[in-house]
Write a protein that binds this ligand. Sequence first.
Ligand SMILES: [Zn+2]
Length: 111
Amino acid sequence: MPLNNKRLFEMSGLIPYCPLCEHRYTPLEARLLDEKDDVCLMYVSCKKCRISLLALVIDNQIGVSSFCLVTELSMDDVIKFKDSSAISPDEVLELHDALQDNVFVNKLITN
Ligand SMILES: [Zn+2]
């Protein structure tokens, strides 16, 4: 990733502790997954309680801010899906309808 170690260290400090168990993170626990313009996507996994955080860190002329969410995604899942298109409401409804079909469900279970 293009961020130098000092910059990554500063940005990971914006995610100081685990929101669930309050374990204090070290900057080495944060992983930089992507960087575009002034926005970085970071991933932190808590060593104590095992939850993971996904954080968008925005560094622009106004200042630095971060938005974090708890996720069940692994770091590999985030890398795999971060550039994928969103699932549409129609696709969700199609899946709902498909799950009403026992033949379809049996194919899912046996494969
Ligand atoms: Zn924790």
